[in-house]
Design a protein around this ligand. Structure first.
Ligand code: FUB
Length: 316
């Protein structure tokens, strides 16, 4: 558990033989709590690293701050990082000057930063929670999106509707809003091709429905590959579960398989999954230290794949 600063949304990666964690940096900003998540008013990122699970954690200081992102206004939410050809790419969601979440990218030659932001958000990006997965052949994909405070429901027509729904499609019988996926360009700075839906199918091959709050996608996606299969994992938000669905393609469609973590203390959890020294680990957060929704702490625990392609349920 990280105790010296409040951290959340841990995107973990193995770089240069160490575990690097790219979390949100929670602070008490004094912004009143509401359903948009305005109280998650984070101003910068700190990158953490450790040589081993359970070992000493190094805080590398401020890696990127809202004030240094030319197009950003407020709320630096859950980031992720990818590496290609000697450069590290930090992907971050932040509200622009019009209070609309977009996704930006910043670069560094070191996994610990500091990172320098590009002058504009990624063209065609919107909403929150970027997770960038690099496949064995080097192709990279960004999974992104989140409903409610993450604004995904305001993009149903393809452009932003500030007066749109505050929650979801507001019709429980319609297919649920999907997480999005886009292939990254060769330079990792833009989308290469259209943004597509990450469709999750139920046991009858039908898309999960809006009213299916125990299983439908809410936010906080992650992708890992195990035994040649793509595992799309995500948070169900208001039902506080981590769920998984599998496919033979990074674009899906994905078949819903189940829950792999039961609710933690606090409203959200947001996770990542990595393999390190032949074991798999789940990084996540709860609110054990503060007891407050917006002041979270990052944790790690072992994750186990089962022989039939499932993931063992973790009870935090
Ligand atoms: O940290 C702010 C938001 O809370 C993240 O973007 C979501 O995934 C949730 O963890």
């Amino acid at each position: 558990m990280v105790k010296d600063i409040f951290t959340a949304d841990p995107s973990a990666h193995v770089f240069e033989g160490k575990i690097y964690i790219y979390p949100s940096h929670d602070i008490e900003a004094g912004t009143p709590e509401n359903d948009n998540g305005d109280h998650f008013d984070m101003k910068d990122y700190h990158i953490l690293s450790m040589d081993s699970v359970g070992g000493k954690v190094t805080d590398h200081g401020v890696a990127l701050a809202v004030k240094d992102i030319p197009w950003a206004k407020r709320q630096l939410w859950a980031p992720d990082v990818a590496f290609k050809n000697g450069t590290y790419y930090l992907y971050f969601p932040v509200k622009d000057k019009n209070d609309v979440f977009k996704i930006g990218v910043a670069t560094s030659k070191s996994p610990a930063g500091p990172f320098k932001a590009e002058p504009k958000p990624i063209d065609g990006s919107f909403s929150i929670d970027p997770a960038v997965f690099t496949d064995d052949n080097g192709d990279a994909y960004m999974y992104f999106g989140g409903i409610w405070g993450g604004q995904l429901q305001r993009w149903v027509t393809g452009s932003y509707n500030a007066d749109g729904s505050k929650t979801d499609l507001e019709d429980n019988s319609k297919p649920a809003l999907s997480c999005k996926v886009a292939k990254m360009s060769k330079d990792m700075l833009q989308f290469d091709g259209p943004v597509k839906d990450v469709v999750i199918l139920d046991e009858n091959g039908k898309p999960l429905l809006t009213g299916d709050h125990d299983r439908r996608f809410f936010e906080g996606s992650w992708m890992h590959k195990f035994n040649g299969k793509y595992y799309f994992t995500y948070s169900t938000g208001d039902t506080h579960l981590l769920a998984y669905a599998t496919s033979n393609s990074p674009y899906g469609p994905f078949n819903y398989k189940g829950t792999f973590m039961s609710p933690v203390e606090g409203w959200t959890t947001h996770h990542s999954i990595i393999e390190f020294k032949n074991k798999w680990y789940l990084f996540y957060h709860d609110t054990e230290i503060s007891g407050k929704t917006h002041l979270r702490n990052v944790k790690v625990t072992e994750l186990k794949h089962t022989t039939d392609g499932g993931i063992e349920l973790i009870k935090p």
